[in-house]
Design a protein around this ligand. Structure first.
Ligand code: CUA
Length: 334
């Protein structure tokens, strides 16, 4: 028999490696349910710990019984009593208590929103997120992408849809996850109580670039949020130099407007993200690249190597000068 791969590893070392793996795997700060920044996430974390403690207690008990059984010294047991008590009554009581506790404890997750809740629409797409806010000035809906901004300490009610396959909206630090199912609008209630930037991730396999379908949620003080939303509702800035003009012209010449909208110009495509304020976002390509001017030209020229299978083709044939002007123009859309 070949030696076990674990032979020679002392049990306490083995156990500490397992413990460290379990502890560290969930510790990436901005995307961790163990660092809750809102009431829904705190509810989920308490539930998780209670269920984990329940499971650990049952596991310990079963292992103790198995150990006892393995070293049994021939004494007969009352099988009928073990089946009724251990196999029926014990799980019935434990599961009923856990079900009762989790239903009671998680009741606020499914509450209807209060009157002053901020309502935001989010649509999952292969592989990015369209985000819609009501225009604070009463105009048309403000359409954004891949970034959700919300005011701290205010209830947020999300309407979640998909325009293609099933996606799942999950920002672990702010709340539980919920699927986005074709033909349905699902809802999620959040209230963040700490400002900061939290990472979310599509949590349902939705095709080859599922992993590059991230979303950032920026929680801001109310006045900062209001200023941000007012700015997002404005049309795009006009180019202020000849070079920026040529960048915008190149955007039209290469048919970018058939997929992208830039409010205030004739670009009104809706297959890809709205770019009216693209430069104000933290990331490009749903978390693929940090957003800055070089990243914009990199993304335009190499889309298919950065995110193979994305709907946008690579525009690697555009000459460097034109590409630089396009990226410079897009970088003014704040
Ligand atoms: Cu969208 Cu996974």
């Amino acid at each position: 028999m070949p030696p076990s791969p674990l032979a020679g590893i002392r049990p306490h070392r083995f156990l500490s490696v397992i413990a460290a793996t379990l502890l560290l795997s969930g510790c990436a700060g901005s995307q961790s349910f163990m660092h809750p920044a809102g009431d829904s996430a705190r509810t989920v974390m308490t539930l998780a710990w209670v269920l984990f403690a329940g499971a650990a207690a049952i596991f310990t008990l079963v292992m103790a019984l198995a150990w006892q059984g393995a070293r049994r010294d021939g004494r007969a047991i009352d099988a009928r009593r073990w089946v009724i008590v251990g196999g029926f009554l014990f799980p019935l009581v434990v599961l009923t208590v856990l079900l009762g506790f989790s239903t009671w404890h998680s009741r606020q997750l499914t509450q209807a929103p209060s009157g002053d809740a901020l309502v935001v629409g989010v649509t999952g797409k292969q592989w990015w997120w369209e985000v819609r806010y009501a225009d604070p000035h009463g105009g048309t809906t403000v359409v954004l992408a891949n970034e959700l901004r919300i005011p701290v300490n205010r209830e947020v009610y999300l309407g979640l849809e998909t325009s293609d396959v099933i996606h799942s909206f999950w920002v672990p630090a702010l709340g539980g996850k919920i699927d986005m199912v074709p033909g349905r609008v699902n809802h999620l209630r959040l209230r963040a109580d700490k400002t900061g930037t939290y990472r979310g991730q599509c949590a349902e396999f939705c095709g080859s670039q599922h992993a590059l379908m991230a979303l950032h949620v920026v929680v801001q003080p109310p006045e900062e949020f209001a200023a941000w939303l007012a700015q997002q509702a404005r049309p795009a800035a006009e180019p202020s130099s000849a070079m920026l003009h040529s960048g915008r012209q190149a955007f039209f010449d290469h048919n970018c407007a058939s997929c992208h909208a830039i409010r205030g110009t004739r670009a009104a495509g809706h297959l890809g993200p709205d770019l009216t304020h693209v430069a104000s976002r933290l990331y490009l390509g749903a978390g693929t690249l940090r957003n800055h001017r070089q990243a914009l030209s990199h993304w335009i020229a190499d889309t298919q190597s950065l995110k193979p299978g994305a709907r946008m083709p690579s525009f690697g044939h555009i000459d460097d000068e034109t590409l630089a002007a396009m990226a410079a123009y897009l970088d003014t859309l704040r």
